[in-house]
Design a protein. Sequence first.
Length: 280
Amino acid sequence: MALIGSFQDNFNDNVIGPNWGNSYGGVSETGGKARIPCVAGVFAGYQTAKDWTLAGSSAFVQLPLAAAANGASTEAQTAFNIIQATAGTFLAININTVAGTIRFENNVGYTDGSAVSLTYNSSTHAWLRIRETGGNVLWDTSTDGSTWTNRRTLATPAWVTNSVNAVAVELLSWRNNGTTNYAEFDNFNTAASSAAVHFMSASLTADGALGSALTPSAVLGASLEASTSLDASVTLAAVLSAELAADATLGAQTDAAARDDLTPLIGQPQSGWTVSPPWI
């Protein structure tokens, strides 16, 4: 079918996708995660068809919740497996919360006497990865799905190279006894959740001076060419010369009263007056 690294599922639609067609044991997709019951004596798991290739590829998954011990006496398992046609021959990262261990396994006949075992820590081992590159199989863990720590490296088993379009992914849980609970897996071959956007509210109160960063502005030279037609209304101003000619008769009006009937009276000078000719 394809390299196993090309298959992705973030489990956000709450529907078990068709690529997990071999799933079993009452698994469900709930709350955006692959939920796998951990029931006494009952295996349950998400499982693809044996249509994929691990050689030259990688498979990783987030483990938000490993199945808790809940009264199991020996095993409460949560496992990430790469399986193939021969039963019992598979690669695994196996967590047992009863023993508090995480094991990195190359199983043949369901066992690996050389498995690397560490103390399980849900934060340190929050992401699990199995990959094949350069003639080696590597088992890795991560706190964030971005920075990985190698936990085991082994020369690639022949079946990994030979199993072209013949391996499957299995996400499994099982317990030997105790109370039923479940394991949850998320973000298979995708770290989408680590890039989530979170919206938060806050009440802000502040007195102070506000400063702003300057944004440089560049002024670029450009040669602009344009053709256009301009229309404008025109106001005309004219200075006109004119020659004026006029004939006029000027007249003056005098007192129309007749003055030829006036009689001057000449009398004797009175004292205190200075007499001048013609009265002398």
